[in-house]
Design a protein around this ligand. Structure first.
Ligand code: 5GP
Ligand code: MN
Length: 319
């Protein structure tokens, strides 16, 4: 069987837009910019625009970052829209508007909770990252250095720099090919993944100090309130990575990090180590994600949220 390729998805469209999920992370930004770069390699005369919410500043080392913007009515019509790394329309925020101005929509994603919300969906839950799936859909020969750096960044981020259980032999082989293209792999992971601002480290420290364990030490939870966010003038970007540090607590199976976004409205991040399918927990509360990393939005008091989560997690821990 001939390999599926991006080239085969195209039907002569000239005006193309690319969008992804709210609070864009490394895989979302990497996949959108990587696809943009690849399409321009295929045909430099195409119009290719990337519509995302503002992305973390360190991702500026990727080509095309400066062109990222939010879709506006004035942007008008597109022949084709690619939706990347998002399983449902609700995850696109304000940029969902560009779907209504596109002749055709193609979704490329790796979320197991993907809702196939558009007719043309390429979904591969076994792929560690949307960037890994995109790599498979690209002709290796046509992946230039700019495209390779985008894909490498996305794979590195969604695998926690090749630590998570979503890493396969294929993930490493794809990363190997990308390194062969000359990507600045050490700079990319250090500058965009490990490096933290002073504020990020302060918030991480606070979250660790204030964390609570429950379910006989198998779960850990920490919360940052709106008041704290305002005190530090912090944004959601400043909280990146906290849940991953909580997950490393010895004996813990599930880590939960909760940030208050409005009064008694919380963004909940879930991570697990070996047993618990956190995508099921997140999906129960209207969210989604992967086996070992998922998220949702919840409301009520902090204690309501923890109790409700605990009720869904405990049975999976055999409690
Ligand atoms: P994070 O905790 O890093 O925000 O997200 C972990 C994973 O869960 C990511 O793959 C992300 O796309 C997904 N995710 C996070 N929040 C939500 C949500 O509210 N809805 C859905 N469907 N997925 C989410
Ligand atoms: Mn992803």
């Amino acid at each position: 069987m001939e390999k599926r390729r991006i080239e085969h998805l195209l039907g002569g469209e000239r005006r193309i837009c690319i969008t992804g999920h709210v609070r864009p992370d490394g895989d979302c930004v990497g996949s959108c910019l990587g696809l943009r770069s690849y399409l321009l390699t295929l045909d430099a005369t195409l119009k290719v625009d990337v519509f995302l919410e503002p992305a973390p500043a360190p991702f500026a080392l990727l080509t095309g970052f400066d062109g990222i913007r939010t879709y506006q009515q004035e942007d008008g019509e597109y022949d084709l829209c690619f939706v990347l790394d998002a399983g449902e329309r609700g995850r696109l925020g304000a940029n969902a508007a560009c779907l209504d101005h596109a002749g055709r929509i193609v979704c490329i994603d790796h979320h197991r909770t993907q809702r196939s919300f558009v007719p043309e969906c390429i979904v591969e839950p076994e792929a560690s990252a949307t960037c890994e799936l995109l790599f498979d859909l690209m002709d290796e020969e046509k992946i230039n250095l700019e495209t390779a750096e985008c894909l490498y960044l996305g794979i590195a981020h969604d695998t926690g720099v090749f630590r998570h259980s979503n890493v396969t032999r294929h993930t490493m082989e794809a990363a190997g090919v990308l390194i062969g293209k000359g990507v600045r792999h050490s700079k990319i992971v250090n500058d965009t993944f490990f490096s933290k601002t002073y504020l990020q480290n302060q918030l991480l420290g606070r979250a660790l100090v204030e964390s609570i364990v429950f379910c006989e030490g198998q779960c850990i939870v920490s919360m940052v309130s709106l008041k704290t966010m305002e005190f530090y003038r912090a944004t959601h970007e400043d909280l990146e990575g906290i849940v991953d540090q909580l997950r490393l607590t010895r004996g813990v199976e599930v880590a939960i990090f909760i940030s208050e976004t409005e009064f008694q409205v919380y963004k909940v991040s879930l991570r697990s180590n070996e047993k618990v399918d956190v995508s099921r927990v997140a999906e129960y509360f209207g969210g989604g994600g992967h086996l070992r990393a998922a998220g949702c939005t919840m409301t009520g008091t902090f204690y309501d949220v923890v109790n409700n989560l605990s009720e869904q997690i405990a049975p999976q821990l055999g409690m």
